[in-house]
Ligand binder design. Sequence first.
Ligand SMILES: [Zn+2]
Length: 260
Amino acid sequence: MEFTEKALVLKVGRFRESDIWLRLFFAGRGVVTAFAFGGSRSTRRFCGCLDQLVLGTFRVGSNRRGTYKVLEEGTLLHAFPGLRSDPRKLGLVAHCLKFVEAVQIGSQGARPVFDLLLETLGVLEMSEVGAELLPLLFKAKLTFEQGLKPDLTLCVRCGRPAWEHVCSDHEPQVTATSGAGLGFSVERGGLVCVNCCDVEAEPLSIGAVRTLEWISSSRPADWPRLALEPEMRRQLGRVVDRFVAFHLGLRWEHGMYRKI
Ligand SMILES: [Zn+2]
């Protein structure tokens, strides 16, 4: 079945002399692999489109037996020159694209992730977001957009408001080894209050919980405003990484996402 739709090119590879394969992220279909036969020679059909980080409109068909997708034509919409010219930003973009590819997004739930990715690229092209923050924000937001947002109000063990015994003026004493203060149980999917210290949980300060809440309601346009203390960033980084590993089965290792 043939279709024409907007997509972002996540990855490109060559095979044989002039043929190219592409991993395309379509807003309405998720990630699709397609082959552009003669792609490296045909400037007319694919003008500037067969490159990573290109937003274009693509016409896709399939081979006669319907076993694989064939890219028929592409029209370039935006090539993100502001990102291509900045190696630091390009590194952050590569991380986001790898994550989207690794999540293996199908047609269900593709639209919000597509919008999130394009907004992220747009913001990054126009402004600065901390290099250590962007992957964290993007991963957390994408996971929440997949319907996996944790409840950040009630304790997952006793069901009482998790903040009840925490004075918000004074951050609880949180150490990496003790469960003092609020915790986050990845396995149970939410906060653990101070009274339920028998549950294994990652320590999370009040500020870090508020930041998680903020991330879930924020858009990428808000992200350049965010600044975090190193300890809070470490706590959030740990929780988000474990959350992603638990729910999506992905772990960042040696510059790539691995299925675990
Ligand atoms: Zn509790």
